[in-house]
Design a protein around this ligand. Structure first.
Ligand code: NAD
Length: 369
């Protein structure tokens, strides 16, 4: 009863159209699936595997996918799912296959990878349901994490956003919260533009060096030892200390709600490019904007992964995906930031208003089925 009330409390003119809780009693697999809106086409959205994933988190992420997909001009609506399990301790193949059998008949939802799942997980889901994106190369997939699709988009977004605050990328300082599939390539592509990575964190801690960290060396250390804290030429701090490092560009690329009203005052940056989904609460974003920190919202900045997934689904190539990421994210960032500066509005409000209009226009062509 409580769950139902909570869901309908947030239902609006867009969705969510379906909220499904799955429980398989034999293996005790528990999962949440939210199909937010399918006006533009079947919903694409990641499968998150985490012990603490909640219905609220999945609902918010599903809406972010609706906006992200429509903003990127993809023929897809938005959805998301969460498997409540610790990816480090469970039998991932078994859990993922069980989840896949549970969503087999939910044809309007196409799963993709997210935190805690990967290309192999998508291969198992595809084997069970014949629907998944982010597949291994052997199954015709474009390896979006290997090519760093989202990090590439984050870097291209930064390239456009910097013009609005007169920031020279050559020598600009960068901090990255979460040195994973988004954070590592974001560091690499931004380094190619002259940006200097001064701090990076993961779940074990932060590595900091005001003179700069060697990005390729740090990636190698993270991949071979499991943590950035094993990098020798820097100071090791707590994970949360990353936020306090003075920087020009801050890229959150880990968990939701890392910056809230309670801690937003510690951030000392000029530009925030949201690599993660919903990393900053809406109120905190407004507080930061009022302090003169420019934020490009998640569903605009981090669309590189889903653009690649959509290109893969429709039979395109890696090169086509990269071209589309650059052109789409650059165009959207420019359009939104021009409106922000001319209308004195908040970036998220501006981006949501554009995305919402597009969803509502798509809905005019569709009957609910
Ligand atoms: P990932 O699992 O590859 O990397 C996450 C990183 O964050 C890891 O290095 C982990 O150690 C670190 N981390 C976890 N808890 C942390 C904490 N408390 N403090 C600092 N670091 C912490 O995940 P990913 O694919 O890089 O995704 C990161 C975020 O980006 C998620 O919000 C995801 O939804 C979003 N995202 C990912 C993609 C993609 O293409 N992979 C696309 C769009 C959005």
């Amino acid at each position: 009863m409580e769950i139902t009330e909570e869901i309908f409390e947030f239902a609006d003119e867009i969705g969510p159209e379906k909220v499904i809780h799955l429980y398989e009693p034999r293996t005790k697999m528990k999962a949440i699936v939210v199909v937010d809106n399918i006006a533009a086409g079947p919903a694409i959205g990641g499968v998150r595997m985490a012990p603490d994933v909640t219905t609220t988190e999945v609902r918010r992420l599903a809406r972010a996918m609706t906006y992200k997909n429509v903003m990127a001009g993809l023929p897809h609506g938005g959805g998301k799912s969460g498997i409540i399990a610790d990816p480090k301790t469970v039998n991932k193949e078994q859990v993922t296959r069980t989840f896949a059998r549970g969503i087999k008949s939910l044809e309007e939802y196409i799963p993709g990878p997210d935190m805690g799942t990967d290309e192999a997980s998508m291969a198992y889901i595809y084997d069970e349901t014949s629907r998944a994106v982010g597949l291994p190369r052997e199954l015709g997939g474009i390896p979006l994490d290997e090519m760093g699709a989202t990090g590439y988009g984050v870097a291209e977004c930064t390239e456009v956003a910097k013009e609005f605050i007169n920031l020279d990328l050559n020598g600009a300082r960068l901090t990255i919260e979460g040195f994973g599939n988004v954070g590592k390539p974001a560091a690499r592509f931004l380094a190619e533009k002259g940006v200097i990575l001064v701090g990076a964190s993961d779940s074990k801690g932060t590595i900091y060096n005001s003179d700069g960290l060697n990005v390729e060396e740090l990636i190698r250390i993270k991949e071979t030892t499991g943590s950035v804290t094993n990098y020798k030429k820097g100071e090791v701090l707590k994970s949360t200390d990353l936020l306090t490092i003075s920087t020009d560009i801050f890229v959150p690329a880990a968990r939701p709600d890392v910056i809230t009203e309670a801690n937003s005052d510690v951030l000392d940056a000029k530009l925030v490019i949201e690599g993660a989904n919903i990393p900053i609460t809406e109120n905190a974003e407004k507080m930061l904007h009022d302090r003169g920190i420019l934020i490009v919202p998640d569903f605009v900045a981090n669309a590189g992964g889903v653009i690649t997934a959509s290109v893969e689904y429709h039979g395109g190539t890696e090169t086509a995906a990269l071209e589309r990421i650059k052109s789409t994210i650059s165009r959207n960032t420019k359009e939104i930031l021009e409106k922000v500066y001319s209308g004195k509005t908040y970036p998220r409000d501006t981006a949501i208003s554009i995305a919402k209009q597009r969803v509502l226009r798509a809905m005019k062509y569709r009957e609910w089925s």
